[in-house]
Design a protein. Structure first.
Length: 128
């Protein structure tokens, strides 16, 4: 659902959408646990590559993720994705409420985190 919402916003020039190979790794790991259509996966990967801007973690992103991990949150990839967004001044779209809660409790700025359900409520409806 949020893919459709983000496409509408992107085509209107309202947003630039970024992705990281970390997110693709997570997706491929989930796909690999089920039966899948290789051509459909190829089409999806090519769509992401052609439609969105790629961004990867740098040294400061890894260091921030490590510091946050030492405070007890187990999802290192989620922390890396947050770190990339925070350190590059990007909004971070996630469905992981526990990550947002952890970051708030850890004293991190969360004003640039957008939870998926809030995004869909705001941008999912048909707007003129």
């Amino acid at each position: 659902m949020y893919s459709h919402c983000s496409q509408k916003l992107d085509h209107r020039g309202l947003v630039e959408i970024y992705y990281s190979s970390l997110r693709l790794l997570e997706a491929i790991a989930k796909i690999s646990r089920k039966s899948y259509d290789e051509e459909l996966v190829r089409i999806g990967l090519l769509f992401i590559e052609e439609s969105f801007k790629r961004i990867e973690p740098g040294p400061e992103d890894y260091l921030l993720a490590l510091r946050l991990r030492s405070k007890g949150f187990r999802d290192l990839i989620g922390l890396l994705l947050y770190s990339i967004a925070r350190n590059n001044g990007l909004l971070f779209l996630t469905r992981d409420r526990s990550l947002a809660t952890f970051l708030r409790e850890a004293g991190e700025q969360i004003r640039h985190i957008i939870l998926e359900d809030e995004f869909i409520k705001k941008y999912g409806r048909e707007s003129k």
